[in-house]
Design a protein around this ligand. Sequence first.
Ligand code: HEC
Ligand code: HEC
Length: 232
Amino acid sequence: MIAFPSFPGSTLRTLTVLAALLTGLASMTIAPARAAGSAAEADPATASAPISPALAATARTVAAQVCSSCHGGNGISVSPEFPILASQQRDYLAAQLRAFRARSRAEPDAHDYMWGMATMLDERLVEPLAAYYAGQPAAQGRPGDPALVARGDALFHNGLPERGVAACSGCHGADATGNTVFPRLAGQHAEYLTRQIVAIQGKLRDSPVMHGIVRELKPDEIQALTAWLASR
Ligand code: HEC
Ligand code: HEC
């Protein structure tokens, strides 16, 4: 974990702001009314339902006042400790917020930073926050070492058939922009992506689909893949 000097105090402030916002939300007239923190999971059939203007506005406020302290303004974080959320797939974002809440995403940084946040988050804000970040313009890619990037490009699109590693593009898309629950990887911080691949290899992050695919990847292959992805 990289230094985040003001972390304990700022988490406390963040949680206080979040609590205040959620208390306000609880008193808003949103039908059907549901107690804050009841954590009733959304009906998948309504997961991509349109979002009311009132909830969209609350989500923007929470994003600006709470999430931005780590994920940056408009979801483009500066530090690679924090993933970029801008232009991420909506369904994927909502699924992750629920995975933090369910504790099935359990790598150390998820535990340290996101468990408390997701637990406090009202279920009614999960889809509006996901939609907000999905709608923000994508971060610009950052160029990497050309040889490494070229190797990563080939690995991403071809996989390693001789070792049974599927092509990443088959699920994440040829341009790595993702689709529904398959996350966008393009333009993400390389350090963050590396941490996630290692967490999935070690099953700290519970992802049965990804586990079998990345299990065999070696550190230099992960380095090439993430260099290409960050450059997109
Ligand atoms: C104190 C810092 C902090 C705050 C505030 C914060 N996050 Fe996070 N968030 C993190 C870290 C660190 C991770 C990466 C966790 C990991 O490595 O598993 C993360 C991961 C995520 C992810 C997963 C992204 C991905 O690509 O899988 C989502 C979604 C997310 N946060 C949403 C939010 C939302 C919405 C808010 C505001 C309600 C918020 N976060 C507030 C630190 C923070
Ligand atoms: C069979 C489909 C599939 C293939 C092939 C696949 N992935 Fe994934 N990947 C997923 C799914 C689904 C998730 C979301 C997992 C979750 O919900 O926790 C994911 C998540 C990820 C994440 C975490 C992103 C984040 O924001 O935290 C990374 C990094 C990743 N994949 C990299 C790769 C790489 C590199 C390859 C190729 C070696 C690859 N994936 C191949 C389905 C796939």
